[in-house]
Design a protein around this ligand. Structure first.
Ligand SMILES: Cc1cc2nc3c(=O)[nH]c(=O)nc-3n(C[C@H](O)[C@H](O)[C@H](O)COP(=O)(O)OP(=O)(O)OC[C@H]3O[C@@H](n4cnc5c(N)ncnc54)[C@H](O)[C@@H]3O)c2cc1C
Length: 472
């Protein structure tokens, strides 16, 4: 009898786990996905945009980040917490990614010596200012070209015997069995499983957490990042964004809180988070800020998130805490994203709506989406202190000199969740239910496509090991 492995969720984590397991003699791999096949997904349909083979990664910005060149940590993975060498797994995922990438797009571009030497200078300045500058191997494919790549992965898996069951939602699982429902007919079904791997993505984390609670599977909350979106002249960051669009600088407030730049959008637009996003906060009926870069509509500004990590205690629920902050803004009468000019924040007064036309830096967020006022209105003082400290600290020659000026714009709140933290062994196998593995963003082991792939590979190696195969 072949051993049966059931993988739940065909995002980057599930796909790369299946890729590792595919073709193993005596192993039947079934990948269950609630959405459609890659070629059937339609970007304009909300459900298709987030769900289907290739997961939310199918319509992401298409930036694949792997191992770092500079910096004290890897990006988008939490594998080190398990004592795993995360760089090794990011390199493994880069190699498998190259296997699919090269036949379609040609040789993967390397970091040029010129870019590396300029990045080294930035890293030196950052170090002198007690900051960490992180630069990783990254490959930007573009949203439009991603489906072709993802389809080639899907087709390759099927050729190697992986059964992909689309339009089937996993409703529950227990030791040895996975329960499903057809998303079109509502007909219920089940699969026997020697091993189960759960990789439901961020949108599936609420479903997963409910099941973990119900089944007493040990887990806790991860930290939460809270802060603001900062918008300034593109020229202030140009020497940094020319090297790497998503400039990653990290440092600590003297009180120990970690402060970081995130999601830098050169020549971009500040945006409002879409409706129905943030399922972990119960969907959005309040406003959160975000940013985007378009290859067509370039602005004169660059925006980025400046975030403070709040290490909540184990028993705390980070989603509830984030929700309370968002609600504090709403309860204060803020029904849009709140916008303040830095000069007014420094003077500790509200910005005035009637003055926006006089501001040197013009907001790129549409007027209908913001409310001019005081960004402090719903923000805990500890985070405000760290944001002020962070703005000053970043505004040094060679880094973001000129950031800490009156004209800089501050939008809020911005809230990023890191999901749940499940108790597992180093192969991402639950310590409460043997034979149950986890991977990807929804399980808290990754925060990006490269990291999701890396966690999928690590979990698949654990499965092979458990079933008596050579896992390497
Ligand atoms: C707008 C946007 C842009 C992004 N851009 C980038 C980027 O440029 N670079 C980057 O590295 N990251 C980016 N990300 C993040 C990236 O997409 C994710 O980190 C990555 O897709 C996570 O992979 P995953 O496999 O864990 O989950 P997902 O990609 O979310 O896939 C999970 C899959 O599981 C399925 N599923 C969930 N529950 C069930 C169930 N019960 N039964 C059956 N199927 C289920 C879902 O339908 C989904 O297809 C972006 C995210 C968004 C939202």
């Amino acid at each position: 009898m072949p051993k049966q492995v059931i993988i739940v969720g065909a995002g980057p984590a599930g796909l790369f786990a299946a890729d590792k397991l595919a073709g193993t003699p005596g192993l039947e791999v079934i990948l269950i996905e609630q959405g459609k096949r890659v070629e059937e997904r339609r970007r304009e349909i909300d459900f298709d945009r987030a769900c289907g083979v290739a997961g939310i990664g199918a319509y992401s910005d298409g930036k694949h980040i792997f191992d770092t060149v500079f910096g004290s940590r890897q990006i988008g993975t939490n594998l080190t917490e398990l004592g795993v060498d995360d760089k090794e797994y990011l390199i493994k995922s880069k190699q498998r990614f190259a296997f699919f990438y090269v036949p379609i797009f040609g040789k993967m571009p390397e970091i040029t010596p010129e870019r590396e030497s300029r990045a080294r200078e930035i890293a030196t300045i950052a170090g002198k200012n007690d900051m960490d500058y992180i630069l990783a191997h990254d490959y930007h494919i573009g949203t439009d070209r991603l489906p072709e790549l993802m389809k080639s992965i899907q087709d390759s898996l099927e050729k190697r015997g992986v059964q992909i069951r689309t339009n089937e939602k996993v409703t529950s699982f227990r030791h040895g069995t996975v329960y499903t429902q057809d998303t079109r007919t509502r007909v219920e079904g089940s699969y026997l499983a020697d091993v189960i791997l759960i990789a439901p993505g961020r949108d599936g984390s609420i479903w997963l957490e409910k099941l973990l609670k119900a089944k007493n599977i040990e887990h806790a909350s991860r930290p939460i990042d809270v802060g603001f979106r900062i918008e300034t002249d593109a020229a202030v960051l140009r020497h940094l964004t020319d090297i790497e669009r998503d400039v990653k600088l990290e440092f600590r407030h003297p009180n120990g809180d970690m402060i970081r730049t995130f999601c830098v959008c050169p020549y971009g637009q500040v945006s409002k988070e879409g409706k129905n996003r943030k399922p972990e906060l119960g969907g959005l009926d309040f406003c959160l800020v975000n940013g985007a870069s378009s290859s067509v509509h370039l602005s004169n500004n660059t925006n980025f998130a400046l975030l403070v990590r709040m290490p909540l205690r184990n028993e705390a629920n980070n989603a509830n805490w984030g929700l309370k902050i968002a609600e504090a803004y709403r309860e204060a009468g803020v029904d849009k994203i709140i916008l303040q000019r830095m000069g007014d924040l420094i003077q500790e007064r509200s910005s005035k709506p009637g003055k926006v036309h006089e501001w040197r830096i013009k907001p790129t967020l549409p007027e209908s989406d913001y409310m001019v006022g005081d960004v402090r209105i719903g923000m805990p003082a500890r985070i405000m202190d760290s944001i002020r400290y962070g703005l000053r600290k970043l505004s040094v020659p060679g880094l973001m000199e000129g950031l800490n000026q009156d004209s800089t714009l501050i939008y809020g709140p911005e809230i990023k969740m890191h999901g749940i933290k499940i108790a597992t062994d180093s192969y991402l196998q639950s310590t409460s239910m043997p034979g149950l593995y986890f991977a990807g963003d929804g399980t808290g082991f990754s925060r990006g496509i490269g990291g999701a792939m890396a966690s999928g590979i690590r979990a698949a190696e654990g499965i092979l090991k458990q079933l008596g195969y050579d896992s390497k």
